[in-house]
Ligand binder design. Sequence first.
Ligand code: FAD
Length: 354
Amino acid sequence: MTQHTDVVVIGGGQAGLAAGYHLRRQGLDFVVLDAQATPGGAWQHTWDSLHLFSPAAFSSLPGCLMPPQPGQEYPEAGHVVDYLSDYEKRYDLPVQRPVRVIGVHEDGRLLRVETESGAWHARAVISATGTWWRPFLPAVPGRGDFGGRQLHTVSYRGPQDFAGQRVIVVGGGNSGAQIAADLVHDTELTWVTQRPPRYLADDIDGRALFDAATARRRALDEGRTDTGGVASLGDIVAVPPVREARDAGRLKASPMFTRLDRDGVAWADGTRAPADAVIWCTGFRPALSHLSPLGLRGPRGHIPTQGTRAVADPRLHLLGYGDWTGPASATLIGVGRPARDAAREIAGLLDSER
Ligand code: FAD
């Protein structure tokens, strides 16, 4: 049986909920389809000690401030899950789960959204599936030869799984720094980064990242010089555990190794580090396979967008994947504005068709 609605939102994490909030304000009929069994998107799956890099009030979705977490200036992931669960209840958002979307297809004037449990016809689609579900691992020689344990950020839970082991953490971003800091006490840690770690100044946090991303977008839109955006500030927010480990001299980074072998990793000059585990904190790619039937991908794998709208099909919007779908749109505080713009544009498009 095929059901009908104005807009299908694919993904019920923070981006999908922000889209729902604004679609409701536009008076549109919509449904949010989410593959998870419970609310909270990727935040349900992060490691135990993860803290947000901005205080609660600066990590809020439209309409409702995140309450502070008692005793924590930078809330934990579990607090975000509670906030997102409350958010969808508060606004009575029509989220259906677990419903995994397999493919979005052209169907005359409509889009047909095929799921594992039936299909939807929609006049527009907002894809908000995040990146957590597509971990990226670089092609490093010998990766298949390593005899120890290899895992990506998405599978890391805490130091208890590595007590007393020789662990290599790869990656100079926030995940790499936070996981390395998490492991300094219980493991024999080697932290490797492609370039020397670049910390944001200690007195600034995720709020500055949001401001920098917004200023960059404004400069580019107005034809001014590229401000460099977030990258100009640094790669790592010095959240308290990272700062403590760094200041205690326990977060020393080595350059990236050139290969793995059975027992560990090796650098070009012949230096070796034996290892029991390698944790790849090497980032993510947008989870877009459900959009493949539309054939819209550009040369870099992204779907070309104008704001959040797919250039080649105004019925499709992409939300929350990175700056290419709105400045800071992959953050809690940053996704509200592109979500509002997407809902407005869709309302305009559907109006023009009536
Ligand atoms: P997700 O939370 O991944 O939600 C997407 C939802 O879509 C999921 O429920 C998923 O199951 C579902 N889905 C996927 N594919 C399908 C499909 N085919 N059909 C149906 N449903 C599907 N941001 C901040 O603002 N502050 C921070 O401190 C911060 N820290 C971060 C730390 C880490 C380690 C990471 C990885 C990210 C962090 N972010 C932070 C960035 C961002 O806020 C999160 O990545 C956030 O989870 C992105 O939300 P989202 O809704 O775009 O995606």
